[in-house]
Write a protein that binds this ligand. Structure first.
Ligand code: SF4
Length: 290
């Protein structure tokens, strides 16, 4: 047996049919079942909220999540742009077709058969693509022989209020905090508060945006314990944002944000990329490993 054949035989085969059905299931579940972490964050917010209208809004949000789960209906009318983070083990061999097409097919089936709103269109003509594709696929090659798929339907309202910038290197952590506060204040009621604030620092312009989105995948309220500077910044911003008074649904109150979550990586000596990805209270993501 030559080396190529030997290598092929040690690779774990995963059929694209399985990938399609997994993606379909994940997007239907993500759109109908709110994660336990966000439900528990909303329950804590309800206990902490002082404003009667704020309490009323949080109660309705929780009731809505229950109804959606029980009746297998979407949690929100905006069923999102289909964002995926896919980790492909380097010892996996995809068989049966094209990996990206298999993912797109899973999205197509989820939105069609799950009766989810199709929200993707041509940016200029605004003509709907009709099946919620193309999906946004962030693909990484990792060690191992497994395939990890994270499905994240991302609503337009909260994505619209997100922002990225290139600060001067001397801006430091104070410059980052200022940019985050400006972004959240400008967002106001638009991203359906209470929100979750994802922050990406470093890398390049596009990498900072990906870091900010990845920060939203952590369980709600989980601090970045790998770096005490970030953990401190997350705590400080959480307190400060919750003094803005925007409140649930923007109707005033204490709870404007449920969590602030940051990720960071090294960057060019001349740069300080920073991105803020805002997530509404419908923080949807489901994942699985094949
Ligand atoms: S921002 Fe979130 S909660 Fe608001 S409409 Fe969009 S998906 Fe729904």
């Amino acid at each position: 047996m030559n080396i190529e054949n030997k290598k092929r035989n040690t690779l774990r085969r995963i059929n694209t049919r399985r990938i399609t059905s997994t993606v379909k299931k994940l997007f239907i579940e993500a759109n109908t079942i709110l994660g336990e972490d966000i439900v528990s964050a909303l329950q804590s917010a309800l206990r902490e909220e002082g404003s009667p209208i704020g309490k009323q809004v949080l109660t309705k949000i929780l009731q809505n999540a229950d109804i959606a789960c029980e009746s297998a209906m979407p949690i929100c009318q905006d069923t999102g742009l289909a964002v995926l983070f896919v980790e492909v083990g380097q010892d996996v061999r995809i068989i049966g077709g094209d990996l990206r097409e298999a993912i797109h097919e899973g999205v197509r089936q989820a939105y069609e058969e799950g009766f989810l709103r199709k929200s993707v269109c041509d940016p200029l003509t605004r003509k709907n693509t009709g099946d919620n594709t193309p999906a946004i696929i962030h693909m990484d090659i990792v060690p191992g022989n497994q395939l990890k798929i994270i499905a994240m339907p991302k609503g337009g309202g909260s994505e619209n209020m997100s922002a990225a910038t290139m600060l001067i290197p001397a801006a430091g952590i104070d410059g980052i905090k200022k940019f985050v506060m400006e972004t959240v204040e400008r967002a106001g009621a638009n991203p359906c508060p209470p929100i979750i604030v994802g922050i990406g620092i470093g890398g390049s312009l596009e990498q900072a945006c990906i870091l900010a989105k990845k920060a939203l995948l952590r369980p709600v309220g989980k601090k970045n314990e790998s770096d005490s500077r970030l953990e401190q910044m997350e705590n400080e911003l959480y307190e400060k944002i919750n003094t803005l008074g925007i409140g649930p649904a923007g109707l005033g109150g204490r709870v404007t944000t449920l969590a602030v979550q940051a990720e960071m990586m090294p960057c060019h000596i001349a740069s300080m990329p920073v991105a803020v990805n805002i997530q509404s209270h419908v923080a949807r993501h489901k994942e699985t490993i094949i």
